[in-house]
Design a protein around this ligand. Structure first.
Ligand code: GZL
Length: 330
């Protein structure tokens, strides 16, 4: 599904909707294009890891877009560890890359290494996830979703789904990886909306590390310890898909016996949604590559960049998933 690239700048905020599939070129961008010529921009990129379908699609978008933009990409996979990201950023500084971009695996603990990048006069761009450091001069911009809004959209769907009902709604929650901005914010956004009605009760909430394996294991424990679960809210599709396996193994019907809300809208999640095994998905686009490369060029050229580039996303019901699936790029 193609959405027009709409750009509106207001108070340093650039609103750009991810144009699904447009920027991520189809050629198999190799990513590491080796040492660039003099005028070629070199970008050091530290990725969280490869924990989910979303992350895989995000990595492809960054690598393909760098290749299409003629940017020399030095790509590092942190395997989910902050210390690996800090090491990678220090290596990028030593290598004197032109720009550093990264998706912070957790919100805290970045001040020291980003100060080193700033002292080395290397611009830094945050992609996908934000940090909680109050010093916003440590990075040029943050391009990514509003995770609080995503949590609110999930809560709003639930409120609507149970409108007029009075009986208690028992909710279990699979949180993303501890300390990650999407985990913190999707939890708070959802809680903010459902707190308006005391019938909604979160009876269990635990991290599933954004992975299918952990999502399945934690859902198994929920099913054993909670006799009456009405709803699962999973902070990403992958944990929701793992939970579906556990729910089916327990002889229950996902999407019917236990309603499921997830976030991301990757292909496997959308397929489960189209089969009514998931009831509602809040989209979080991984296709940040094209906009990131534009920002990298602007940062290198010393141009003014909005402090926040917000990616615009939508939501999907089973019917909408059926329509969107054929053209889904990830
Ligand atoms: C969100 C991203 C999250 C996805 C997960 O922008 O950081 O991390 O929702 C991924 O699937 O693991």
């Amino acid at each position: 599904m193609l959405r027009r690239l709409s750009v509106a700048v207001a108070g340093g905020l650039l609103l750009a909707s991810a144009v699904a599939g447009c920027g991520a070129s189809d050629d198999a961008g190799s990513g590491n294009s080796g040492g660039g010529g003099d005028d070629k921009i070199t970008l050091g990129f530290s990725q969280v890891g490869a924990e989910s379908g979303w992350r895989t699609a995000n990595t492809k978008s960054v690598q393909d877009s760098a290749a299409s933009a003629g940017i020399d990409l030095k790509f590092s996979d942190a395997q989910g560890k902050q210390e690996n990201q800090i090491k990678a950023i220090r290596n990028f500084i030593t290598q004197r890359v032109d720009v550093i971009a990264f998706s912070p695996v957790v919100e805290s603990g970045w001040g020291t290494v980003l100060k080193e990048a700033k002292d080395a006069n290397i611009p830094v761009i945050l992609t996908d996830r934000a940090i909680d450091d109050p010093d916003t001069t440590l990075y040029k911009t943050f391009i990514g979703s509003d995770f609080v809004e995503e949590g609110k959209k999930a809560g709003q769907w639930l409120v609507k789904e149970y409108e007029g009902k009075t009986e208690t709604v028992n909710i279990v929650e699979l949180q993303g990886s501890p300390g990650a901005a999407p985990a913190n914010d999707r939890k708070s956004g959802f809680a903010d909306v459902i707190k308006a009605d005391p019938k909604f009760k979160v009876i269990a909430s635990q991290t599933g590390q954004f992975t299918r394996t952990d999502g399945k294991a934690v859902m198994e424990t929920f099913l054993k310890s909670q006799p009456d679960i009405d709803v699962l809210y999973a902070h990403n599709d992958d944990m929701g898909l793992g939970a579906i396996e556990a729910i089916e193994a327990a002889g229950k019907k996902p999407g019917t016996d236990i309603k499921i809300i997830t976030v991301d809208a990757v292909k496997d999640g959308m397929t489960a949604l189209s089969e009514n095994k998931i009831n509602f998905i809040v989209e979080c686009s991984p296709l940040l590559g094209p906009q990131l490369m534009d920002l990298v060029k602007k940062a290198k050229a010393g141009e003014t960049i909005p402090q926040r580039v917000l990616t615009e996303e939508t939501t999907f019901t089973p019917e909408q998933a059926k329509e969107a699936l054929p053209s889904r790029k990830y």
